[in-house]
Design a binder for this molecule. Sequence first.
Ligand code: MRU
Length: 326
Amino acid sequence: MSVRSLRWDGDALLLLDQRELPHREVWLRIQDWQGVAEAIREMAVRGAPAIGIAAAYGMALADGDWDAAREGLASTRPTAVNLAWALDRISALPTKSPSSILAEAETIEQEDRELNQRIGSFGADLVPRSANVLTICNTGSLATGGHGTALGIIRTAHAQGKVAKVWSCETRPRLQGLRLTAWELMQDGIAFASIVDSAAASLMRAGEVDIVIVGADRIAANGDTANKIGTYMLAVLARFHQVPFIVAAPTSTLDPAIADGSDIPIEEREGRELTEIGGESVAPENCPVFNPAFDMTPGDLITAIVTENGVFLAPYAFAKAPLALP
Ligand code: MRU
């Protein structure tokens, strides 16, 4: 099963509001680029590929205001390079009009759906039989054009009968794992248990994790990978417990212009994400908070990086990110 979380409707972008899931399926109808920018910033749409696709549709709503729209959309979330990549594709169009931009946005979305199937097939070959797979955040249909990256591999491996169980990290503080990955896994009938992020260590020590598969927001030329906060912790644990650690992402997530992860901008979000649960404050008033949304996993902790072009092993040396499927 593959949910579509965004859809074009005549003169508007329809977005499934991921802040409301899993309890309510609310569709936002957005008719200007500023609305798309706000939806990305506020995480109504999230996940690196989905952010890029939404931004491309946002440009189709810019009504000739291309430069302001490009700048406004690009500044919404700094870590996921798919955003700049999609906007670059729109900028590179020989003629810009609402219809040519819309066609390109639809192509980007369609390509993403197709290449996720390829990531799924390549990655499933790395999954052992009867595997207990640990993942973090949401990298599924909601985060992409469909199928998913890390979750796409899990889906494909599950269809091949290889997945015994998924351990799904809840993913503090926005709970993408507990709310969104759990929702997708339940719809697919894949056996799983949600865990608090800090349960990963003892599960690995107990031999309950055979492979870790995660997504990415930006991958530097040397394989250093920015992904949801907590990913680096999982990579360190995986190395200590000798569990394979796999990163799955489309080539649009590669940023070969950045030599290593130290130059990847890490988004910091407001403290309220930590101090409030369900809109209720749970911390002392004015509690100081540091809330980075992502962390950086060094490439040498990553067993393999799976893209639509195949499985890459360390040491990584990504020279260029092709714009389209080969
Ligand atoms: O803050 P989010 O929810 O946008 O973060 C998402 C992730 O970290 C994903 O792992 C990544 O974007 C890949 S989604 C296919």
